[in-house]
Design a protein around this ligand. Structure first.
Ligand code: ADP
Length: 189
């Protein structure tokens, strides 16, 4: 499933993000950037030890990476040019700034990719694992933020892949994605 807007394509893909060939892979990291379980663990396993080394050096210099922010390292053995690390919000019911922080993860990653001259990027479903963000709401934030970026920053990004892991998650994202495409019919943008 995909939509194209202002020459940029946003694709909903099911799979393992460590196998996605792109310019930027985004990692759903933790603030200490020490690696962990879920997608973070998979990325470090496949990408190799160079990534952790760079993360440790970055934290030693700058301190922990705040939620909603993004930093960049080598992609190591991953099939991408660079790897971004962003820290999503922990779901606490929705009234603790979770939506704003999640939006910031996507928006800042897209902005940094554009700033570094990268045109293709792949995101996992940030915060929807151990951080507990409800999948349908996360799908909405992710898709809407990508849509807004490609309209407001026209021509900077060509290809965005939203990579979901399970069949169940894919089904939830498809509903949101379809909804989004439906609202775009006749959209002057
Ligand atoms: P968070 O701590 O941000 O919630 P998790 O890694 O626990 O991060 O989960 C984020 C999402 O990544 C979940 O939907 C999980 O199913 C998914 N996921 C786990 N492994 C992979 C992978 N190899 N590729 C893509 N997505 C993955």
């Amino acid at each position: 499933m995909e939509f194209t807007l202002k020459g940029a394509t946003v694709r909903l893909v099911r799979g393992d993000i460590t196998t996605i060939e792109t310019d930027v892979i985004v990692n759903a990291a933790n603030s200490a950037l020490v690696g962990g379980g879920g997608v973070d663990g998979a990325i470090h396993r496949v990408g190799g030890p160079e990534i952790l080394k760079e993360c440790r050096a970055w934290v030693a210099e700058h301190g922990k990476l705040p939620r909603g922010r993004v930093m960049s390292t080598t992609a190591g053995a991953l099939p991408a040019k660079v790897l971004f690390h962003t820290v999503g919000p922990v779901w606490q019911g929705g009234n603790h700034g979770e939506f704003t922080v999640l939006e910031s993860c996507y928006a800042r990653s897209l902005a940094l990719a554009a700033e570094l001259g990268h045109r293709r990027i792949a995101f996992p479903a940030i915060s929807t694992g151990v951080y507990g963000f409800p999948i349908d709401r996360a799908a909405y934030v992710a898709t809407m933020t990508c849509r807004r970026f490609i309209v407001e920053e026209e021509g900077k990004i060509d290809d965005i892949q939203l990579v979901v892991y399970s069949a169940q998650d894919l089904a939830a994202w498809e509903v949101v994605f379809e909804d989004m495409v439906a609202t775009m019919t006749g959209d002057p943008t």
